[in-house]
Structures are given as C-alpha cells and as structure tokens.
Write a protein that binds this ligand. Sequence first.
Ligand code: S3P
Length: 171
Amino acid sequence: LVSRLGSRAIVFVGLMGAGKTSIGRRVAQALDLPFVDSDHEIETVSRLTVPELFERYGEPEFRALEHRVIERLVREGAGVVSTGGGAFMNAQTRTIVAEHAISVWLKADLDVLMDRVSKRQTRPLLKTADPRATMAKLMDDRYPTYAQADLTIESRDEKREVITAEVIEAL
Ligand code: S3P
C-alpha cells in the first residue's frame, strides 16, 4: 500500500467532529507515516490558536493561511494530513489535494458530530445560539463538495480501530 501511494499524501476531509484527527493519526501510525493536523500546523506557524486567529484577523485570513499550509504539507509528499472542516471548501485547496494526495471524506451523521464537538467547545463557527442547527446547515452546504473526495468512509459511532481499518482497506 505504501508503495502504491508513492509520494502522495493521504488527506482527511469532513466536518468538525467527524474524527479526522483521531482517525488520521491512527492511519498514520498503522502505515508508519508522519501525521500532521492542519489546524495544529496553522497554530504553530501563526503562534495563535484557531479561535484567536478568527477573532483577530477574521475567517478570510484564516482560510488563506489554511490554504498555504495545506499546499505546503501535501507538496512535501507522503504522510497523513487531517484538515480543518472548511479546508476542502476552497477550490484551490481541492485542486492541490487532487494533484498530490488521496482524499478521504470521513462522513458522519448529525448526532455523532454534535456528540463529538460538544466534548471540546473550541470551534468559532459553532459559537451560535443553536450549534446543532448551524451544524445541520454546514452539512447541507458542504456535503456535495466533500463528496468530491476520492474515498468516502462512514465514521459511525463505532470503535476508532474499526474506522481506521476501513480506511486502510479502502486505500
Ligand atoms: C472549521 C473547522 C475546524 C477549524 C476551524 C473552522 C470549519 O477544524 O479549522 O474552526 O470551517 O469547519 P476541525 O474540523 O478540525 O474542527
């Protein structure tokens, strides 16, 4: 499998709470590849947290930085990259990912997403009066675009090991 990947990265896309970081990390471990989370990388290069970036510079600046970081990561080649939920909505990012990586959409239903994000309330986009309605709207807006990923894996409320194995099987 690793030789079939060549220099291509494996890029996880999908909504907040879909499990991109935890499954991505496990897939990387299983394949003995480096793992990078794009939000974490953005925080490292900017020396700010994602909520701080949104607050101080606004979402468009965050998106521009996100694109540059992901472009660099996928061009660097082999490895596993988990992206923030909005990253794949950028057409330029999708083009770069299509050229240099295999993309995996971790798809989850609303209950699973809300259950996972409620455990860690650090998402600026969900600081709304009704986070569940906001998430439902994001599903409507984004699912047609996420569906352009090379692979789709259902991230059900199941053991992470099972989902990890399903991803590796599908690659
Ligand atoms: C976002 C998702 C977040 C983070 C930022 C915006 C989005 O990443 O990049 O809060 O637009 O869906 P996670 O998907 O890792 O939570």
